[in-house]
Design a protein around this ligand. Structure first.
Ligand code: BGC
Length: 754
């Protein structure tokens, strides 16, 4: 096994994309038939056993105490364990009882469930699922990466793949084979509480990250003990609530749904993702959990998904109680299963299972639908190797869990994610002998660096701070002997401001880390996108001292900071950089590292002007009838470096685009004395089209490293299909006509004449 671990490590370091891998991945994705063992098992199962397989319970239901209020230390209640696994034969268990567990504790849990499953007649193993969304965040001591939004800001898919590989390794070390990640919703509504859980606003960038994540989670050889089943979520358009509040109605034309919200899921299916979780909300008045057109006609028949579809939390119950499309819970169960749900994240009682049994017995749901759902569940268990062994692994086989080496990968991801948005007069990097005053609610808070889904659901409990991990204060102190610190302000109220201002006045430069309370889902709903007033006021007071101010944003979404940008000499967007984030922020500030992150979304200047970069031309029209209405604080793709990159020699191999494609090339020179990374971004505008075209769309990118004074030429192939959009017949099409191709403000016209 140790050898396997070493091999894994080599793969981790040298993994690269080959055609062979692509072919293998799409083969897995398309395998339709069920294994003979699965068919045989299904033929032997009773109705109750089948309904049990389709049930997923919260671990709390099996433990001593009440759901959400377990007795410490958490432990199985033998009666409850027996009821769930032996009497009801539930197919799946999820989550943690309120907080993260040690590896040893996880092993007790997994083995306890597995021993019970072995006592059932068919000995079907239980599938455990967990949200490990920026590392194995529910296992103590695991490696914590930047949240997905920060990962996207690296514009470096190989880092995202490596992060997913490490996460899979550490989740498997805990004995868990199924991860409810990645989130493939697009972040086009900045108010939404789960903005940080996405790969940003753009389809192309998010697709690249999706592919990398699925490959990282599931590996080349699905079912090996170092990878997990991924779960693409939340299908579909969950991220676009009209009000900006979580799980509120979405109104969306099918054309937009297809052009913006399906491609990441289609990419994940192509990459082999084994499972999918459904959007808790409604689209155009129909809850997705009850929508057969979306869950079967679109997802299965059209998009070709063959894997397992699980509901989100209590979503069948909500068809009855919240969405009110089902007058009874029984009706809700019938609706969801007939629409195409395979497994219900019930998750806190047995009503779903009892009602499903009744519905099957009454022939309200055909056995063929049930057998299909159960077969998908069993096939996944088989492919994961759970029939051979579903017990917790030996810790010896996971020597790299929580290792320095894994922490280094998280650090590199954090370094490449953090985006330098402003740097007047090259104030950054700061010389190490600067008298720095560090302040703000995010400066000495580990939980703010990590955000939600960190050791607890909301990530707010300081009890799980890791002693060996550094806050920004810890890290900066190690670099700067002259550093002084005062919090000066809490998230929502001032704190020792006078003392802070006194220290600020005595400093040479002020670094202020503003932040946002870790939050997700409903608790993350906000009524204003503005950064909290107390923090804005405090930063203004700091600016009044006349000292240079470096503003560090550690936020879940683009909180409006326009009032304090002008008075800040530099701005660093840190996203939620994870457990190595303190070190990364400090190293970027003091020049131990060079920033290369680029915004994966448009940073708005005003709360009532939330326009994405790929908006329509009409959105540029301003009140004076000029074309300056699109005026974000910072544009999508923006991010500075301490190096200088010069673009030249922008060429397209032909003025005319045919099916053979054209080569677009550009030369980039690092004219500084500092090695650095640059993201070369290729945008194309469809000049005229039958559906109003966006002003531009990202069609390709490449992140390159340049030594001082080094020059490189980057080439992109561009084919007609790369310029396609969804037309009025709902098909992807590239219309003849002219296109404007743009790299770093250099533009050329290309004509497509098929
Ligand atoms: C979230 C999902 C998550 C599930 C299980 C739900 O409330 O929407 O993203 O996977 O809980 O924790």
């Amino acid at each position: 096994m140790k050898k396997i671990a070493a091999l894994f490590l080599t793969l981790l370091i040298f993994s690269c994309q080959t055609n062979k891998e692509e072919i293998a991945l799409s083969k897995t994705a398309n395998s339709n038939s069920f294994n003979a063992k699965v068919t045989d098992l299904v033929s032997k199962m009773s109705i109750a056993e089948k309904a049990g397989q389709m049930t997923q319970l919260n671990i709390d239901v099996l433990m001593v105490g009440e759901v959400f209020n377990l007795e410490e230390p958490h432990r199985f209640d033998p009666e409850k364990l027996k009821k769930a696994i032996i009497d009801y034969r539930v197919g799946s268990v999820l989550n943690v009882g309120g907080h993260a567990y040690s590896l040893e504790k996880w092993h007790q849990i997994i083995n306890g469930i597995d021993s019970a499953a072995k006592k059932t007649p068919l000995k079907i193993p239980v599938l455990y699922g967990i949200d490990a969304i920026h590392g194995a965040n529910y296992t103590m001591g695991s490696t914590l990466f930047p949240q997905q939004l920060g990962q996207a800001a690296t514009w470096n898919p190989s880092l995202v793949q490596k992060g997913a590989e490490i996460t899979a390794y550490e989740v498997r070390a805990s004995g868990i084979p199924w991860n409810f990640s990645p989130v493939l919703d697009l972040a086009r509504q900045p108010l939404w509480s789960r903005f940080f859980e996405t790969y940003g606003e753009d389809v192309f960038l998010a697709k690249q990250m999706t592919h990398a994540a699925i490959k990282g989670y599931e590996g080349e050889n699905f079912g090996d003990p170092y990878h997990v089943a991924s779960c693409m979520k939340h299908f579909v358009a969950y991220s676009m609530p009209f009000t900006g509040k979580d799980r509120t109605p979405v109104y969306l034309a099918e054309r937009q749904l297809r052009e913006l919200f399906l491609p990441t899921f289609q990419e994940a299916i192509r990459s082999g993702s084994k499972t999918i979780m459904i959007n808790s909300g409604e689209i155009n008045g129909i809850p997705v959990h009850a929508n057969k057109k979306i869950l079967t006609d679109l997802l299965r028949d059209e998009m070709g998904f063959k894997g397992l579809a699980v509901t989100d939390w209590e979503d069948i119950i909500k068809l009855n109680t919240l969405h009110r499309v089902a007058p009874t819970l029984k009706e809700a169960v019938k609706m969801a299963i007939l629409a195409g749900i395979d497994m219900s994240m019930v998750p806190n009682d047995y009503e779903f299972t009892d009602l499903l049994i009744e519905l099957i017995e009454e022939k309200e749901i055909p056995m063929s639908r049930i057998d299909e759902a159960v077969s998908r569940i069993l096939q996944l268990k088989l492919d994961l190797g759970l029939f051979e062994n579903a017990a917790a692994p030996s810790l010896e086989d996971y020597p790299l869990f929580g290792s320095e080496e894994f922490a280094q990968a998280a650090y590199e991801t954090a370094i490449e994610s953090i985006s330098l948005l402003k740097n007047d007069n090259d104030i950054l990097p700061l010389p190490k002998d600067t008298k720095v005053f560090l302040t703000g609610p995010g400066a000495d808070e580990y939980i703010i660096l990590n955000g939600a889904w960190t050791r607890t659901w909301l990530g707010r409990a300081r009890a799980y701070d890791e002693e060996n991990k550094l806050t920004v204060l810890d890290a900066m102190k190690m670099e700067n002997d002259l550093l002084s610190y005062e919090k000066g302000c809490d998230l929502r109220a001032s704190k020792n401001t006078d003392a802070a201002l006194t220290k600020a006045r005595k400093s040479d430069a002020i670094v202020v880390c503003v932040g946002e309370q870790p939050a997700t889902e409903k608790p993350g709903d906000i009524n204003s996108l503005d950064l909290e007033k107390a923090q804005l006021d405090y930063v203004k007071q700091l600016q009044e001292t006349g000292k240079p101010v470096i503003l560090v944003l550690i936020v879940n979404r683009p909180r409006i900071v326009s009032e304090i940008v002008e008075g800040s000499d530099a701005v660093l967007m840190a996203y939620q950089p994870g457990s190595e984030g303190g070190r990364a922020i400090s190293d970027l500030i003091f020049g131990n590292a060079n920033p290369s992150g680029k915004l994966p979304f448009t940073y708005p200047r005003f709360g009532a002007s939330l326009i994405t970069y790929d908006h329509k031309t009409t959105e540029d029209l301003d009140t004076g009838f000029g074309m300056a209405a699109f005026n974000p604080q910072w544009e999508f793709g923006h991010g500075l470096s301490y190096s200088n990159f010069e673009y030249s020699d922008f060429k397209i191999s032909s003025d005319t685009l045919t099916e053979k494609g054209v080569k677009v090339s550009v030369t980039i020179t690092n004219s500084s004395d500092l090695e650095g990374k640059e993201v070369v971004q290729l945008y194309v505008r469809d000049d005229f089209a039958s559906i109003t075209p966006p002003v531009k769309r990202l069609r390709n990118f490449d992140k390159i490293n340049l030594k001082p004074q080094e020059t490189k030429t980057v080439e992109f192939q561009l084919y007609p299909k790369d310029l396609a959009f969804v037309d009025k017949n709902l098909t992807w099409t590239t219309e003849a006509g002219s296109f404007t191709v743009e790299i770093a403000n250099q533009k050329k016209t290309l004509v497509y004449a098929p």
